[in-house]
Design a protein. Structure first.
Length: 316
């Protein structure tokens, strides 16, 4: 009998200190090394999608690169991300749902995250939430932790409700704001969206939100203008597929990515007329599309040349 108690107690300890992904029985598994949609049965090993409102006490594991164009809600069960999940909408968890993002895993939510009562979230990989994070549960309930410091959690909106700030074991609370972190734009153990810059996931994130990137086109061309003359209109030599523009100028740089550049107020047309220039100056055109995606054209330089000093003619 004593051996039975010891065995049961051992099982209890394993469950107590295990990550959420090891507690739930697996019910749905996406195809490994496969890119597909959440809603398509072909994306899953059993041929059936878990659906957009999951309500089973079991695990849904993402082994490939899966995308959903709708909101996703887990009232029960565990969402385990071992590769990549992109949600073009909101992600929500009821009081019986959990989330685990394994090391190397990526979760991108192009909407908000809503967390219910007693929800456990383990951020072992990267979590990017472009919208708000709302905690609707009781204060001190559930957990939102990471075994990384700083946590690779990036949030674009506001934090509302009562986020959990304590945990047991070696996990670090993501919303702990008392410690110095490496994130540049946050005093807590999570970063803002701009903190993704320079991280390994940055290029992938830009491709996701920009729909394959932004085409800047090209502008032409360098010119030299004498004192008192107007510069020629700067036109495009290669059209952009976008139609939202902003022009910039600089007196100390010829590279759109370095130096000091000034936004030209009202210069939002396809072309730009500099008019009268009194010093050497550079221009570039930035194209824009939704989700804050931008791309810069090449720069053109207008070289200012003062008029030559007249040479007097003298007669004896």
């Amino acid at each position: 009998m004593r051996r039975i108690y010891i065995a049961l107690f051992s099982i209890f300890l394993i469950l107590l200190f295990s990550s959420p992904s090891s507690v739930w029985a697996q019910a749905y598994l996406s195809n490994d090394n496969y890119t597909g949609n959440w809603e398509d049965g072909i994306s899953w090993t059993g041929g059936n999608s878990p659906g957009l409102n999951y309500n089973q006490a079991s695990t849904v594991a993402v082994e490939g690169e899966v995308t959903t164009s709708n909101n996703l809600f887990f009232n029960k069960g565990l969402l385990s991300i071992r590769d990549t999940l992109v949600i073009n909408g909101d992600l929500g968890f009821g009081s019986n749902g959990d989330l685990s993002v394994d090391a190397g895993g990526v979760l991108i939510v192009l909407g908000s995250l809503d967390v219910g009562n007693k929800v456990d979230i383990a951020a072992g990989g990267t979590i990017i939430i472009t919208g708000n994070v709302n905690f609707s549960g009781s204060s001190g309930q559930g957990s939102f932790t990471s075994d990384q410091f700083p946590a690779q959690v990036y949030i674009g909106g506001n934090i509302t409700g009562s986020p959990p700030t304590s945990s047991s074991g070696g996990a670090i609370p993501v919303f702990d704001c008392d410690a110095t972190t490496e994130h540049e734009n946050s005093t807590c153990n999570y970063g803002f969206i701009e903190d993704i810059e320079g991280e390994e996931v940055e290029e992938y994130f830009q491709e996701i939100i920009c729909g394959g990137g932004v085409d800047p086109g090209a502008i032409a061309s360098d010119q030299t203008v004498c004192d008192g003359n107007n510069a020629l209109t700067i036109t495009e030599s290669l059209p952009s597929s976008e139609n939202t523009y902003q022009w910039f100028s600089s007196v100390n740089s010829t590279d759109p990515n370095t130096g000091t550049w000034t936004i030209i107020s009202g210069a939002t047309q396809q072309t730009y007329d500099p008019g009268l220039v009194t010093a050497t100056i550079s221009f570039f055109r930035q194209v824009q599309k939704g989700n804050g995606c931008t791309a810069n054209s090449n720069a053109v330089v207008i070289t200012f040349s003062s008029n030559p000093i007249p040479v007097g003619i003298f007669h004896e």
